[in-house]
Design a protein around this ligand. Structure first.
Ligand code: G6P
Length: 369
């Protein structure tokens, strides 16, 4: 096992560090080197194929579900197709409105999650076209779906998913761009901008992984708190959900993610002196609003760690600590902003002496209901 860890202490940290490579592999032969567009040899959709999709139903569990939430935002914005996202165990039992004009997208690292597989079968029975996004070639979900996009992240061993998530996000960004380009909702100039920004990602992820000391220090400083909150708006909220899941699953710290604008409807009651709040503020269109939410928690003496874009001169005035991520296209920020959150979860779990790769009560792949 030591050999498999390649010199790292845990599979999770090894897999975190494999992300520049994994993200690059996911894009290989899909993002054109001249930024002209995205190709999916496994799909080859025509204008009629895309025009025939009136609705998309994304279904997944756990971290893959969080990738689906990002996917909804990207597909609705870039391809202008309505998307709903469900956890698989809910989808099956809520009599979903799915028909032959629906594309069901199931996301699953392992391709074996029973609830996701059952949801896929249900969507097929209802007449939907089905597309699987998975990491495991020949898995049950890959075999069941009409079409498959592989994430090519390489084997993921740690229970807490890292490189599978970032590569799922890359697939979602490519798919949204691909559909937007075919449908014509996305101008060529925007397609090129997105392709260019996608191709920058592996180096930017690498850059983030070069500077982990401050994150290690935060984890040691706040790792013994009982509660941690994650806040953000729009895509930052989706990432907050994943950051919170990562922290709770491996460090057993009670973590909650909140849409920053929703704080005042309940969670603010829990914000007292010294409670750590991780505030993501990478989205320009809601930046000022997020800052005012940060002020709300600061006014209650929370300790705020802000996640901002490099070049943001304002954020440091309002938070206690800041982690900067490289600037990128606004639709791609989740692929970068999740990296410090993965590291924070990892170092918090190490600080607390937890079994990082095999957290209590959890399994890598859940093949029972
Ligand atoms: C389990 C794992 C999670 C994973 C989820 C879905 O709960 O511990 O890390 O996100 O299953 O797994 P899948 O293989 O379908 O992506």
């Amino acid at each position: 096992e030591a050999a498999e860890k390649g010199g790292y202490e845990h599979f999770m940290i090894k897999e975190i560090y494999e992300q520049p490579k994994a993200v690059r592999e996911t894009m290989t032969s899909r993002v054109a080197k001249d930024d002209s567009g995205i190709t999916f040899d496994e799909l080859k959709w025509t204008k009629d194929d895309v025009a025939g999709i009136k609705k998309i139903a994304v279904v997944a569990c756990g971290t893959a579900y969080h990738a689906g939430i990002v996917g909804k935002y990207l597909i609705e914005n870039l391809a202008r197709i309505p998307v709903e996202v469900d956890v698989a165990s809910e989808f099956r039992y809520r009599s979903p409105l799915v028909d032959d004009q629906t594309l069901a997208i199931v996301i699953s690292q392992s391709g074996e999650t029973l609830d996701t597989l059952a949801a896929l079968k249900e969507a097929k029975n209802l007449g939907a076209r089905t597309l699987a996004i998975t990491n495991v070639v020949g898995s049950s979900i890959a075999r069941e779906a009409d079409q498959v996009i592989y994430t090519w992240a390489g084997p993921e061993i740690a229970v807490a998913s890292t490189k599978a998530y970032t590569t799922q996000l890359v697939v979602m960004a490519m798919l949204a761009t691909y559909m937007g380009a075919i449908k014509g909702t996305l101008a060529q100039e925007k397609v090129s901008e997105l392709c260019n920004a996608l191709r920058e990602l592996p180096n930017q992820v690498h850059e983030l992984l070069e500077d982990v000391e401050p994150i290690k220090t935060f984890a040691q400083q706040y790792g013994f708190n009982e509660d941690v909150f994650f806040i953000g708006r729009s895509l930052d909220y989706a990432v907050a959900l994943e950051g919170s899941l990562k922290l709770k699953e491996i460090s057993y710290i009670h973590a909650e993610a909140y849409a920053a604008g929703e704080l005042k409807h309940g969670t603010l009651a829990l914000i007292i002196e010294g409670v750590p709040v991780i505030a993501l503020a990478t989205q320009h269109d809601v930046y000022e609003k997020t800052l005012s939410n940060i002020k709300e928690v600061k006014a209650r003496d929370a300790v705020v760690i802000g996640i901002g874009l490099k070049g943001d001169k304002q954020i440091e005035k309002y938070v206690d600590h800041t982690i900067f991520i490289p600037a990128t296209n606004k639709f791609l920020t989740p692929i970068l902003s999740v990296i410090p959150l993965q590291l924070l979860a990892y170092y918090a779990a190490v600080t607390r002496g937890c079994d990082v790769d095999k957290p209590r009560n959890l399994a890598k792949s859940v093949t029972v209901e």
